[in-house]
Write a protein that binds this ligand. Structure first.
Ligand code: FCB
Length: 442
């Protein structure tokens, strides 16, 4: 076979998030976090989407064969104060969604992607159950405004990472800290997700609603070590399973006990998978905060520029397999996958190998319906600032210039073909050709 084709109607896109691309986002907890010096850089103008550059970037997306885009709404813009809604901001998001539809791009909207309005943060946000009702009101407002253009919704992006990075590791803004708080936050996020799911369906019965799960396959450092295996299992269920189990059973199970959230049961029409890499887990007495499990990549990994990601494409197949076995027949969208690579030295092979694995999963019969690469243009990478470059296009932060990396053309060829061919891999990622299209001599 010389081309691995995807099913007709497959969504090919990229993903972004409001705070990372809009610029001048000055009314949320991340802005404050940046002002407090907790991030490597400031988001500043970011990719200037709020200034209108989403248009030129959507032109780029459509010219290069993409047919979908995942972007997020900034709650702090819609509701700048607890008792004030900003209709102009809503109108701007309507223009954005309309602009995508007019270009033939299917919009997928994320309602919460890590940021919270500053006023909510001051009240300790998701630590409090009262935030659930506030979130529901905001969701109602957004869905009423965008329903004409959007019917594909991600409620919450990576609830597991939001809660662990804020309340356990301290990389993200958080009011109080500790495992018990993190669990409380996760439970409230699940309540928020469930409320959003129900309200969206009330307003738009045909909507397809899910959330984006950051799923990380894990392996014990030494498979013969019972302690490594135990640590692997603890980390694996803490990071990966708490939220999805909450959705399938209506109960969150944690080392600190069970929390019953029956209204969350079955609240997903698809599962959004954010996949980046696989963790190795080792028992480590110095990691009390992480319950004595150290997560790392083996030293001989194929590392990204800052070693944030190890290129382990089989993990994508394993993640899809896990989803398909856990939720038979549930459509799967790969809502994020990508690598930080300013030189575009690894991205072409990362892309080729991961899409090969996605194709294997489709070919096996798993219901994968789309792929959103992270990201379209380099954008503001949270506490890591501008040190990590995930864009197909590079960004010169000072001038707003976009730089076309070779991966742009590689991904364009894939999107236009609705498949990945031997010739494409030979041209853009020859170093993995033999792995993807083995030369089988009869
Ligand atoms: C994910 C986030 C996304 C981006 C990528 C690199 O965890 O959802 O915003 O930062 O990582």
């Amino acid at each position: 076979m010389t081309t691995y084709h995807f099913p007709r109607g497959f969504l090919w896109g990229t993903a972004t998030a409001s705070h990372q691309v809009e610029g001048n986002n000055t009314n949320n907890n991340w802005y404050r976090w940046e002002q407090d010096g907790k991030t490597k850089h400031h988001s500043g103008l970011a990719c200037d989407w709020w200034g209108g550059r989403w248009r030129e970037d959507m032109d780029r997306a459509v010219e290069t064969g993409q047919n979908a885009h995942r972007f997020s709404i900034e709650w702090s813009r819609i509701q700048p104060e607890p008792d004030r809604w900003d209709e102009d901001a809503l109108e701007k998001y309507r223009a954005m969604a309309r602009g995508m539809v007019e270009r033939g791009i299917t919009p997928m909207v994320t309602l919460h992607h890590f940021t919270d309005p500053f006023w909510l943060y001051e009240r300790c946000g998701w630590e409090k159950e009262e935030t659930v009702a506030l979130f529901e009101k905001y969701v109602r407002k957004v869905v009423e405004a965008l329903k004409e253009y959007v019917n594909l919704w991600t409620t919450i992006n990576e609830p597991n990472i939001y809660s662990l990075s804020g309340y356990v590791s301290g990389d993200f803004p958080a009011c109080n800290k500790g495992l018990a708080v993190a669990v409380r936050v996760l439970a409230n996020l699940l309540r928020g997700h469930a409320a959003a799911y129900h309200v969206i369906h009330q307003i738009q019965p045909e909507a397809r609603v899910g959330y984006a799960l950051h799923y990380r396959p894990m392996v014990p450092a030494n498979s013969w070590s019972p302690l490594d295996r135990l640590m692997r299992n603890i980390q694996y269920s803490g990071v990966n399973l708490a939220f999805p189990t909450g959705i399938s059973t209506g109960v969150i199970r944690t080392p600190l006990g069970k929390i019953s959230i029956p209204q969350a049961r079955g609240t997903q029409d698809f599962l959004g998978l954010n996949y980046y890499s696989v963790d190795t887990v080792k028992f480590d007495l110095t990691k009390a905060k992480e319950m004595f499990g150290k997560r790392f990549y083996p030293a001989d990994s194929d590392f990204s520029a800052t070693k944030f990601i190890a290129n382990i494409p089989e993990g994508l197949y394993q993640s899809i397999e896990w989803i398909a076995k856990t939720y038979p027949d549930l459509p799967i969208l790969i809502t994020e996958n990508g690598v930080e690579d300013p030189a575009d030295a690894m991205r072409p092979r990362y892309l080729a190998q991961h899409l090969h694995q996605a194709w294997r999963a489709v070919n096996y019969g798993f219901p994968v319906k789309g792929y959103f690469h992270w990201s379209l243009v380099d954008n503001f990478e949270w506490e890591r600032g501008w040190t990590q470059r995930f864009g197909l296009w590079g960004l010169e932060v000072e001038t707003q210039a976009r730089i076309r990396r070779p991966s742009v053309d590689f991904y364009a060829a894939i999107c236009k073909e609705n498949g990945i061919s031997r010739a494409m891999v030979e041209q853009y990622a020859p170093e993995v050709l033999e792995k993807i299209f083995p030369n089988v001599t009869p």
